[in-house]
Design a binder for this molecule. Structure first.
Ligand SMILES: [Zn+2]
Length: 244
């Protein structure tokens, strides 16, 4: 985390006089209010990214349509870079698989400063990714989070095989199995396309987990400042189908 971010975060959640009176939960609520206020009082580096949750979702989907159709915009990286030296206000947070074929910035035809992307094989929310997304929402004012799974996910497939056979994967890989195990276990006995069902269930489970993640994300959802949705990237044509 850079010095600027650290300073903003510590300021946002620094105990105030009222904090000691009203307690921790209300403090977070105040923090979110402060974040909104800060957005209004200082010019955001990308004014076009100040969107409602629904408008942010529409913009993601429009970007994906351009990507699918092969008409992605040409991005001027040089001037984008210069414009963002003072800050960021991404319009969407993405929790994506680490799979090299996904690339959220391409899939939604977006530029620098647009997406706050957290990636982990199996696209499940752990403590670190929840904390990162909390930062995006509470400090940067991000109005939308998308959990993005994809076809033929190797992490989910490995978890299915490990849980089915009772084998333990080498190294740190068991932590990925643990991350997607709830979704795999929920569909394992259903038969049919176990991999496809587990990928979908994993997205749905993690959308629910982020929506209810107390105290920051759940409060933002309750105040209609944040929407959490889920989609699956189709490898064949690049389309993202919404599932939650
Ligand atoms: Zn994957």
């Amino acid at each position: 985390m850079c010095d600027l971010c650290r300073e903003k975060l510590s300021h946002r959640f620094a105990p105030s006089r009222r904090t000691f009176v009203v307690g921790a939960t209300a403090t977070i609520g105040m923090g979110l209010t402060d974040a909104a206020g800060a957005k209004e009082s200082s010019a955001p580096p990308k004014p076009q990214n100040v969107l409602s949750p629904d408008a942010a979702l529409a913009r993601l989907q429009q970007g994906n349509s351009r990507y699918v159709e092969g008409v992605s915009r040409r991005h001027d990286f040089k001037h984008e870079r210069e414009a963002l030296t003072a800050g960021q206000n991404p319009f969407a947070g993405i929790l994506s698989c680490a799979d090299s074929r996904i690339a959220p910035e391409y899939a939604f035809d977006s530029a620098r400063g647009d997406l706050f992307v957290c990636r982990v094989a199996g696209n499940f929310a752990n403590t670190e990714t929840i904390a990162s997304l909390e930062y995006g929402v509470a400090v940067l004012g991000t109005p939308l989070i998308l959990v993005l799974g994809h076809d033929s996910c190797g992490a989910v497939d490995a978890a299915i095989k490990s849980l089915k056979d009772g084998t333990t994967l080498p190294g740190h890989l068991p932590s990925l199995v643990t991350g997607v195990a709830p979704a795999v276990n929920a569909v394992l006995q259903q038969g049919g396309d176990t991999l496809g069902k587990a990928i979908r269930q994993n997205v749905i489970d993690n959308v629910a987990k982020l929506r209810s993640a107390t105290p920051i994300l759940s409060a933002a959802v309750e105040q209609n400042k944040l929407k959490v949705v889920g989609g699956i990237y189709r490898l064949k044509n690049g389309r993202v189908d919404m599932v939650a």
